[in-house]
Design a protein around this ligand. Structure first.
Ligand SMILES: NC(=O)c1ccc[n+]([C@@H]2O[C@H](COP(=O)([O-])OP(=O)(O)OC[C@H]3O[C@@H](n4cnc5c(N)ncnc54)[C@H](OP(=O)(O)O)[C@@H]3O)[C@@H](O)[C@H]2O)c1
Length: 391
């Protein structure tokens, strides 16, 4: 059975491409953060795998690359917005590059043996016209797409020079409707015509497809190349007038505090779950050396270094006496805490304090691992022995 893998195929252009591929007799493997909208695709025509390009599961894609029935790979997942650079938090910059560029290029690397094979393999990615020119007010997005476009252009030369027949196509549209990209809804009547064109170019093994090139974008690109500075100023002014700018903060900053003594898997799970619910996770580590009446085993600086080395943590700080004091410093949007704190005097106070500040308190079940409890007991016993010997 012929199969096609679409990453980002649950919505927008990816969903429309998937539908057209089903009509051509393909079975779909769809990878996305959420499953495709119900009722759009026949249940028998696809299989869905949950995947988040922010935390790339390389093994999942290796298993797809080893599936010889898959002969189409389309990467359509992408995020972006029209906003001036100063409204992008560093976490948003990282997120955009990770999805649009880094994970995308890594997936092509995982499939590269298939692309370099003598067997037919069709591969493509949705770039953007913004990657072909300066794009003020979408500078980060344009940079992520320019990265992919240059990558595709360069690799296709390597493939050609080495005598391989397969290519990767870069599809670089301008703004289109019928997707969720700008917060809209899926409307296949608007995306299907574009999807059909994309597939024609993919199956022709073209390397580049800019929709409406002859009618519009040939002249636009010529104007840009003739005078990039003048073109850029005009483009900035146009967006300013259009009212499409989304000049606001778009990241969710999360905060949690703890002692993180004898770091264990319960701590790790807590940090992983918290990071899944925010874009930028700040962790406050308690100083005192005493915690719930117990001495900490590990000095503060070492505990901070261990927490900082965890990939889910973006920033480690000294905690404040109250998490509400930490809000004055970090202006977080979400406060994470173990569910046993729910209803306590302290957290009732926080609920009241944060009511008008747009901060959500998220209570997690927190389980200390059995092994960590045993390690803690063993360390306590050992410390007692050492102290007794020293006396
Ligand atoms: N729409 C335009 O005007 C336009 C113009 C030029 C280029 N493009 C490019 O065209 C491509 C398709 O866009 P579209 O308009 O069809 O957008 P869309 O409707 O938002 O579809 C993109 C899909 O990617 C998924 N996705 C987002 N983040 C992901 C992640 N971390 N891991 C896995 N999947 C993720 C989205 O899931 P969620 O919805 O659950 O987040 C969504 O299902 C994008 O690469 C975009 O940059 C769009």
């Amino acid at each position: 059975m012929k199969k096609a893998l679409i990453i980002g195929g649950s919505n927008g252009l990816g969903l429309a491409i998937g539908k057209c591929l089903v009509e051509k007799g393909y079975f779909l493997e769809i990878c996305d953060v959420c499953a495709p909208e119900e009722g759009v695709l026949d249940e028998q025509s696809f299989h869905y795998s949950s995947c988040d390009l922010l935390d790339l599961d390389e093994e999942l894609f290796r298993s797809f690359a080893n599936d010889r029935d898959i002969e189409v790979l389309m990467l359509t997942a992408g995020i972006g917005r029209i906003a001036d650079f100063q409204y992008h938090h560093t976490a948003e910059i990282e997120k955009m590059f990770r999805i649009n560029t880094l994970s995308t290029i890594k997936i092509f690397r995982i499939f590269y043996d298939r692309i370099m094979s003598k067997d037919i393999f069709y591969a493509g990615v949705i770039g953007s016209i913004s990657g072909w020119m300066s794009t003020p007010s979408a500078a980060v997005y344009a940079a992520t797409k320019a990265g992919v476009i240059r990558f595709v252009e360069s690799v296709n030369i390597e493939l050609e020079a080495c005598g391989f027949k397969n290519r990767i196509i870069d599809v670089s549209p301008a703004s289109f409707k019928g997707s969720k990209f700008y917060g809209g809804k899926n409307d296949l009547s608007l995306t299907e015509p574009l999807a059909k064109e994309v597939l024609e170019h993919l199956f022709d093994r073209d390397t580049r497809f800019i929709p409406q090139y002859e009618e519009t974008f040939k002249a636009v690109l010529e104007r840009y190349h003739a005078d990039p500075h003048e073109y850029g100023l005009h483009s900035f002014e146009y967006k300013q007038q259009s009212g499409r700018k989304d000049n606001c903060k778009r990241v969710k900053i999360g905060y949690l505090s703890g002692t993180f003594d004898l770091f264990h898997v319960g701590h790790l799970n807590l940090l992983r779950r918290a990071k899944k619910q925010c874009d930028y996770l700040i962790v406050g580590v308690h100083d005192s050396g005493k915690w719930k009446g117990k001495e900490t085993f590990i000095p503060l600086e070492e505990r901070k270094a261990i927490v900082a080395a965890c990939k889910y943590v973006d920033k480690v700080v000294d905690s404040c006496r109250e998490d509400s004091d930490a809000w004055a410093l970090w202006h977080y949007d979400r406060l994470f805490v173990g569910s046993d704190y729910k209803g306590t005097e302290r957290f009732n106070r926080y609920e009241e304090y944060f009511k008008d500040k747009g901060v959500e308190i998220i209570y997690f079940p927190y389980t200390q691992s059995t092994s960590s409890t045993q390690i803690r007991k063993a360390v306590i016993m050992k410390t007692k022995d050492i102290n007794a010997e020293e006396k």
